[in-house]
Design a protein around this ligand. Structure first.
Ligand code: ATP
Ligand code: MG
Length: 514
């Protein structure tokens, strides 16, 4: 008997978007069941229905062979379902164990039994190989551990079925492996996991079976052992997708950006960029390689003007831009796709059309004598929505109602809609589907081919290797290796430098530093 079944689920959001349309999902006990599909296919909506956050307009849920309905998450939790979201709901200043037991504290008489709480959290962490220490405050933990605290929270409330909606999108590759260790241990001990992700190698590695969604419908269920990346991609997208780009030969003689002696100190007073020199030329993509948290993001933010710098010089086309506000840097031809697009790049309460011009309010095509040209703004949006396959009812829809991946596409579309002189890109395809990844890779490469200087950071080594002309490896805020992107360069080689296991000499680096 199936553990959990969704039968003929329909969900139409207010405003008329049909997010689920006759969805069927069958979850067997003790399996890792992946749900895949393009951005906006309806995956998160289905999960919210399973967890009682959204109510379906049609269909039924069957748990242990009995019809169930969840008026809210409380009811789903009571039925043994847990869910971990991308944005965690932890109290940063509280210890791990306090976060885990909050609301269900063990008591001795009327007193909070702190000792027992700590012991129970430790035992759960050990049992499921989550490797989380109960004592430190959550704020001191890396993202991967915070996520596993969320998993502990669900387990502490006796979840039998754990829903993970794009858990790997926020993780560095090492953390993905730690999560997978935990997931394997969970299923080995009888738990069931529903797992959403866009990266197919991850999906094939961790799942037993896969349900494919397309435009609000389930189009198939397959065994992971019986599909390949290629056949699964074809099933998802309805056509073949090859993730490859050709980089044309370009003139790379002109230096567009120069960074000298850059130092960045974070809010906690730690030096995260420790004296960095780099150049980016017209017509080249320079990849910043590193385990997350080794200064790549801060370097990009410093150049974009989003973070203050402690020391150093940044020049764009030969002029110092250190002291300039973000908008002036943009005026000089800088475009930037930040890592946290939703909080840094979008006004979620504004419309898609407004967001697509929000950095262009000095552009005479859209604003003249202080008046917005609404028709031009709308036409611009219609064009970009089509080009980037942004799944939305129209330019007038609020960005906050878009699926996660479609929100990302709005920022990417805006930043790539003009030919920039210098393009700063952080995690361009995190959370976006295969078809969109292919499109974004092409668009970045096109900007390069047309003479843009591009500085790219990504946690995905295959992305860096596919796009970059040169690769610079950062470790603890310092440059430790530099490579020309030749066919013999492998992720393994990069890995040894990323982990600080070895460092090139100045002589080794020379050929790739220009
Ligand atoms: N609160 C909402 N109000 C209106 N429409 C919504 C809302 N949430 C989602 N939608 C719409 O429902 C559709 C399905 O969205 P959903 O978030 O389920 O997609 P998804 O498969 O999770 O996509 P992604 O891979 O981008 O996360 C999309 O068209 C989206 O714009
Ligand atoms: Mg989603």
């Amino acid at each position: 008997m199936a553990l959990l079944e969704a039968i003929g689920i329909g969900k139409t959001y207010p405003g008329g978007v049909v997010a689920n349309d006759g969805v069927n999902l069958v979850i067997e006990p003790g399996e890792v069941h992946a749900v895949v599909g393009e951005n906006g296919a309806g995956k998160s909506t289905l999960m919210k229905i399973l967890f009682g956050i959204e109510q379906p307009n049609a269909g039924r849920l069957v748990l242990d062979g009995k019809d169930v309905s969840f008026a809210g998450p409380r009811a789903a939790i009571d039925a043994g379902i847990g869910m971990v979201f991308q944005h965690f709901s932890l109290v940063p200043s509280f210890a791990v164990y306090e976060n885990v037991v909050m609301g269900s504290e063990p008591r001795q008489g009327i007193r909070f039994d702190r000792k027992r709480a700590i012991a129970e959290v430790q035992a759960l962490s050990d049992k499921f190989r989550l490797k989380v220490d109960p004592l430190p405050p959550v704020s001191s933990l890396p993202v991967g551990q915070q996520q596993r605290v969320e998993i502990l929270k669900a387990l502490y409330r006796n979840a039998r079925i754990l829903i993970l909606d794009e858990p790997t999108a926020v993780l560095a590759p090492q953390e993905v492996q730690e999560l997978f260790v935990a997931i394997r241990s969970l299923v080995a001990q009888g738990k069931t996991v529903i797992f959403i992700a866009h990266k197919l190698p991850e999906v094939l590695e961790i799942s037993d079976r896969i349900t494919v969604m397309r435009q609000g419908k389930t189009v198939g269920q397959v065994k992971s052992s019986e599909v390949t990346e290629k056949s699964l991609a074809a099933l998802m997208v309805g056509r073949e997708v090859t993730l490859r780009v050709d980089r044309k030969p370009t003139d790379q003689s002109k230096r567009v950006a120069e960074v000298r002696g850059l130092r960045v100190v974070n809010a906690r007073g730690t030096e995260v960029v420790a004296g960095l020199d780099l150049n980016v030329h017209a017509g080249e993509i320079v990849g910043l390689v590193g385990v997350e948290g080794n200064g790549q993001a801060e370097t990009l933010e410093a150049i974009a003007g989003l973070k203050p710098i402690a020391a150093g010089d940044i020049t764009l086309s030969g002029e110092a831009i250190n002291g300039l506000p973000v908008l002036d840097r943009r005026g000089r031809g800088l475009a930037s796709i930040p890592e946290d697009r939703i909080s840094e790049g979008l006004a979620t309460g504004a419309t898609v059309a407004e967001n697509l011009v929000s950095t262009k309010l000095t552009d005479r095509r859209f604003v003249r004598s202080g008046l917005l040209d609404l028709k031009a703004i709308r036409d611009n949006a219609t064009k970009l929505i089509a080009e980037h396959s942004i799944r939305v009812g129209g330019p007038g829809y609020t960005v906050g109602t878009l699926s996660g991946g479609n929100m990302q596409k709005v920022v990417v579309a805006r930043e790539l809609s003009e030919q920039p002189k210098l393009l700063l890109v952080n995690q361009p395809t995190r959370g976006v589907d295969l078809g969109a990844t292919q499109f974004i890779w092409r668009t970045i490469t096109d900007a390069r081919d047309k003479g843009a200087a591009v500085l790219l950071s990504s946690a995905d080594l295959s992305e860096l290797l596919a796009l970059s002309d040169r690769l610079l490896v950062l470790y603890r805020g310092r440059l430790v290796a530099a490579f020309l992107n030749t066919p013999d360069l492998t992720p393994e080689t990069l890995g040894t430098y990323m982990l600080g296991l070895s460092t090139q000499t100045a002589e080794d680096m020379k050929p790739a530093l220009r």
